[in-house]
Design a protein around this ligand. Sequence first.
Ligand SMILES: Cc1cc2nc3c(=O)[nH]c(=O)nc-3n(C[C@H](O)[C@H](O)[C@H](O)COP(=O)(O)OP(=O)(O)OC[C@H]3O[C@@H](n4cnc5c(N)ncnc54)[C@H](O)[C@@H]3O)c2cc1C
Length: 476
Amino acid sequence: MDAYEVVIIGGGLGGLTCGAALTRRGKKTLLLERNPSLGGYQATYKRSGFVIEPCLHMMAEGGPEGALTRLLEHLALKQKVRFSRFDPTSHFVFPDRTVRVPKEVSEFVSMLKGMFPNEAAGIEGVFDRMNRIAQDLGESPETSPLVAQYAPRVMKDLLDEFTREQELRAIIAAYGTYFGLPPSRISSLLVSAFTASVVFNGAFLPVGGIRTLVDALEETIRGHGGEIRESAPVQTISVRDGRVTGVLLESGEEIRAETVVSNADARTTFLSMIGREALPENLRAQLDKARPMCSAFNVFLGVKAEGLGLEEMAPAICLLPDYDLDGQYEAMQRGDMERNNAWIGIPTLTNPFMAPDGHHLVVLYATLPYRLAGISWKDKKKDFVERMIDRTEQAIPGLRKNIVLVDAATPDTLVRYTGNMEGAVAGWECSPEVDALRPPNQTPIDGLYLAGHWTAPGPGTGSVMQSGLIAASLIP
Ligand SMILES: Cc1cc2nc3c(=O)[nH]c(=O)nc-3n(C[C@H](O)[C@H](O)[C@H](O)COP(=O)(O)OP(=O)(O)OC[C@H]3O[C@@H](n4cnc5c(N)ncnc54)[C@H](O)[C@@H]3O)c2cc1C
């Protein structure tokens, strides 16, 4: 049996970032990934000349002063991974108007004030408040009175302080739809942090695709003497007298380690890999009570560019059937794709290499519950694909006749490829009550740490990478 200082379970961005930080410190590290390739939700694949990034529409904090850029600088990867900023940042397509989110926040605020002249003070106030929350979350989350004030509050509470104008409220809260909860349920901290980050500092994608980031992290690990084994699923985490001693692979191989970091789904980590009886009572209760985020239905379309005018569009477009985000959430619960909101990504506007010449890739994303009453994803996949294409035609007329490739990922696909419980898009549900149950990076089991979207600080690629750094920093 080999012995390692650290074994990392899972090669998603959380596990890879943790591995990069640890190997740079000289830790003897082994990363075990159950799939044949690395990346988790950020793994990419090729189909008929198109490069598909199934789980990426935009990244936050990729600007010169952004948290993601600083994180990459910390890992000496700033030169290897560069980001391209969207311009415009997004389009929100309502039935009666398209709201363009321009690159400059001042332009956006002026535009909204022009659209809602009676709400000028509220518009200034709400963006200022969200931005201050975002700054405090980045700099001093534990000591910030603002963070403490808004931690138990939902986005509706924050909106109520600044405006009662329903159309304006939907525009301000629209970025929250990515996370599959409506203003009445979603954390005001999360929506503030994400919206302020994107509206003030921009939305980004890595130049050359997300593969450049995954590859750079892999090279860092291997380059500093770390080992990576793909197709190596872990079955159990061995624990003796309350302390981890290593892992057992599904193949039967045992590997000793002083420390284990799990990047896998939190319930799988604690309840399957360790076992309920070995857990403290409060952790068991926490895991039973916390709910995963909803899942998503995804369609990937290769299209001929001719005549579609995609070059005039934003790389991220939100389709909103009306101004009632709570109503859209109810529709989502019923699987009503026509009344739910959805996102369209056009990654080839940033990375043309992802499609053959004269073509674009159009990625459709709609949040959905993992289980829809009476529905088997296998049987209904085709039907959902068609309904999503119909829906997208409203924003991109002529789309259907230009399609040359159709692929799709159902909630079951997300589970199958990554093991994420119920195909959850980004870990735990983003409500204040579930966020309070989020297990921290250091677990009650001696020598066991967590990295990824099932632990702190939270959802999204940047936060997931941050969690990898935090876990690494906690390991003595
Ligand atoms: C459809 C979709 C769209 C998204 N869009 C965006 C977006 O636009 N922007 C954004 O920032 N975020 C987006 N996200 C969220 C983001 O992709 C995730 O939050 C993030 O990639 C999760 O990284 P992770 O490291 O926590 O976990 P994962 O990517 O889930 O990685 C976990 C890894 O652990 C491995 N593993 C699991 N069990 C075992 C085991 N027993 N043994 C060995 N290995 C194991 C898995 O195979 C996987 O590789 C999206 C997610 C989805 C599903």
